[in-house]
Design a protein around this ligand. Structure first.
Ligand SMILES: *Cc1c(COP(=O)(O)O)cnc(C)c1O
Length: 469
């Protein structure tokens, strides 16, 4: 299997060549040159597999430069009951007629990003050892991504993590999760500034190509292909749990921000998984909902980007969206380059032409949005009706899912975080604290390992130099 760029660079690249990369050299995102097709016989064979073996089957359709025995071992090492809390890994729970919750947030940081990041950590370690290389992952986080990356890469050979976060601006729980890690290869850097300044520092360091090469700087951001691929697996797993036979269809509702999670659903559907609807649920930052309703994609400025009670979905642009548009436009890389490389940069927006608009319904997407009041009401109603506490991101998914229910088609809402991570909103909705998993009791009291620094690129570079050499 070869990978190509959404902006037209068709130089064939294998999986392990793009594993450690971010953007393609032409500024596009990587996608496989085609989607392997899964027929009824294959679905029947996969239906009975455990999660790790299912993951292996799907991964091996896209990865042909890691030996199958090694790949299977990596999948089995990643998806264990020990790491994900249950042998099922992503158990399904009913929350009303025709409505299911697929738990993706039982990993070490209690959010769905662990599902992909845990695999990425093992793939990185494997590939770096094979090459005899090391990598220094530099990232910026306002919460979930940074902690998922740190928990995936802690103690791994050949990798160091330098994670910038805005000092004092993450929730106390998120700070405790990250800063309590004592692993030598994890460096928490709290920047005196806001998240955008952290991100600007990462960009500045990464665009110094001499520094980047010398200190082997890499990233694990949401556009990484391997993360997307790992996420495809739980769409299949959820389908098998919600159905009894392969002639049934299901729909998925996905709390969306950067379009990474739901893009994996799109890929599963393109492979032939019987998905009727892909429901993109957004919060007040409704870039995606606007697109699916109107055919116009309009990125937002920072003044227009709202801080909400589902903060992991507070985005101004959806960084993985370009992948879907590439498929929607019949894989016309030149056209994608024009839209994302030129038009977005110039106008901040583009609108689909008539032909593309006509093709859109064929991809199964529908959408909706929630407000803070909607999420509170949904948290309350799911708690009253089913005794289940859901987090504000998942509440957004449930709210929009209910608007798109169809008779006879199970609707699976992806649960993207545990309520314990967002205690303040749960108290506001229910009047009491959410329960905490026993592993997370008292983490605020643990000793912390964090360096506070000014928002100064030179100081960050100097810090990296002293740690690496
Ligand atoms: C990252 C995240 C999302 C958004 O996922 P995307 O892949 O960016 O669409 C939703 N909910 C939670 C809890 C997250 O951490």
């Amino acid at each position: 299997m070869n990978y190509v760029s959404t902006r037209g660079d068709a130089t064939p690249r294998r999986f392990c060549e793009i594993l450690l990369e971010g953007l393609a050299p032409d500024g596009g995102l990587y996608l496989p040159e085609r989607y392997p097709q899964v027929d009824a016989a294959t679905l029947a064979r996969w239906r009975v597999l455990g999660y790790a073996d299912l993951a292996f089957e799907i991964l091996s359709l896209y990865i042909d430069d890691i030996r199958p025995a090694d790949l299977r071992a990596l999948a089995r090492k990643t998806y264990t009951a020990d790491v994900f809390g249950t042998p099922e890994i992503t158990p399904l729970k009913p929350i009303g007629t025709g409505l299911w919750l697929e738990a993706l947030s039982n990993g070490p940081t209690l959010a769905f990003k662990d599902m992909a990041m845990q695999l990425l950590g093992n793939l990185f370690e494997f590939e770096l050892a094979r090459r005899g290389e090391t990598l220094n992952v530099l990232g910026a986080t306002s919460g979930d991504t940074g902690s998922a990356a740190e928990y995936a890469l802690r103690g791994k050979h050949g990798v160091r993590v330098f994670m910038l976060s805005p000092n004092g601006r993450m929730s106390p729980f998120q700070q405790a999760q990250m800063f309590s890690l004592q692993d030598e290869n994890i460096h928490n850097i709290a920047i005196e500034g806001v998240f955008d300044e952290c991100q600007d520092i990462v960009k500045a360091v990464s665009s110094d190509l001499a520094f980047k090469r010398r200190y082997r700087i890499g990233t694990v951001n949401s556009i990484n292909w391997a993360r997307l691929l790992a996420q495809v697996v739980y769409y299949f797993a959820g389908y098998f749990k919600a159905t009894k036979s392969n002639d049934e269809a299901v729909s998925f509702a996905v709390p969306s921000g950067n379009f990474g999670n739901i893009c994996a659903g799109h890929i599963a559907r393109m492979m032939g998984l019987p998905i009727r609807q892909l429901v993109a649920a957004t919060n007040e930052n409704d870039v995606l909902d606007e697109f699916f309703r109107t055919g116009t994609y309009r990125v937002r400025g920072s003044a227009e980007t709202h801080e909400t009670s589902s903060p992991s979905m507070d985005i101004s642009r959806a960084s993985n969206f370009e992948r879907f548009v590439f498929d929607l436009l019949g894989r016309d890389g030149a056209r994608v380059r024009e839209l994302f490389g030129t038009q977005i940069a110039r106008d901040g927006a583009f609108s689909l032409d008539t032909a593309a608009r006509a093709r859109l319904p064929g991809f199964g997407f529908v959408s909706g949005r929630s407000t803070h009041a909607d999420r509170l009401a949904t948290i309350r109603s799911v708690f009253r009706e089913c005794g289940v506490t859901i987090d504000p991101h998942t509440a957004d998914g449930v709210k929009v899912a209910r608007e798109h229910l169809q008779d006879g088609v199970p609707m699976i809402v992806l649960e993207t975080a545990q309520p314990a991570k967002f205690a303040a909103t749960i108290i506001e909705a229910l009047g009491h604290e959410p329960e905490r998993p026993p592993t997370q009791e008292g983490i605020e009291a643990l000793p912390r390992r964090v360096t506070v620094m000014a928002a100064d690129v030179r100081q960050i570079k100097y810090y990296i130099e002293t740690q690496v050499e």
